[in-house]
Design a protein around this ligand. Sequence first.
Ligand SMILES: Nc1ncnc2c1ncn2[C@@H]1O[C@H](COP(=O)(O)OP(=O)(O)OP(=O)(O)O)[C@@H](O)[C@H]1O
Ligand SMILES: CC(C)(CO)[C@@H](O)C(=O)[O-]
Ligand code: BAL
Length: 289
Amino acid sequence: MSLTVVRTVHELRERVGAWRRAGATVAVVPTMGALHDGHLSLVRTALARADRVIVTLFVNPKQFNNAADLAAYPRTEKDDAAKLALLGADILFAPDGDEMYAPGFSTTVSVSNVSEGLCGGHRPGHFDGVATVVTKLLLQSGADFACFGEKDFQQLQVVRRLVRDLDIPVEIVGCPTVREADGLALSSRNVRLCEEQRKIAPGLAAILFETAERLAEGADADAALAASRLALTEAGFDMVEYLELRDEATLMPVVRPAKPARLLAAVWLGDVRLIDNVGVAALTAGRSA
Ligand SMILES: Nc1ncnc2c1ncn2[C@@H]1O[C@H](COP(=O)(O)OP(=O)(O)OP(=O)(O)O)[C@@H](O)[C@H]1O
Ligand SMILES: CC(C)(CO)[C@@H](O)C(=O)[O-]
Ligand code: BAL
């Protein structure tokens, strides 16, 4: 089967309806394009889960709180389609702005609690934009499965929450972060790093993994996080936007990881913002804080 590029919700529904009548299951992978191996790992997971796979490509203006970031976002639809055809995805759904948000569009999906703080605290309106477009993509595709990367960990929890709260009949599949050989999490924004910044960038993952290990061994969280902030600055990052330890499921702040936790960070190199996160094993009863 070859890849079909679909531009309208009407055509998407027609095609999915035909698959359904033939008894096929469907997975969707929402993206903003500029596809790299991180995205492709989501597509592979989707192909393994379902008979048919839709990849969506929409650079969603509602989730950008910074006009320059939106303008600089890479757009490479032709290359993206070629990669997806090679992998065996069935549909690339790439609507234009008016198809997604018809004139007069007035609805916002807003998820509280998990979307507060972290990226939500620093990108006002971002998760309202994400929740609104993801809700639309899930309803438009009617998929049984939807794959999201753990690289955007808070986004994954926001999506899990909205699907539960709105009774959308889809299983959310979280997929592990794909990294470069030096540990840097793949991201469409990495191409904007200059040579010097690219050398500094893997320091983020290295420091997160080291800190996670110290926390799992019972190190004092405040002291460990303060040391890591300093280490990030010394490594050459221009700004540490946040570095926090949160409960893995609720994203509430934690001081001692009695349950599985996540260490999440956002840092800046020049005008490029990088995010990453790693799991922190729960302290066992025998370990002291
Ligand atoms: N390195 C990665 N490993 C696994 N999944 C990823 C990775 N990078 C992105 N994804 C996932 O791909 C999906 C689409 O993400 P998106 O198109 O925003 O790509 P991105 O590389 O994260 O771009 P950005 O520069 O916006 O962060 C999301 O579910 C995201 O979590
Ligand atoms: C989920 C998403 C495609 C919604 O626009 C976007 O936030 C992304 O690419 O992670
Ligand atoms: N990967 C999350 C999309 C964004 O940064 O807007």
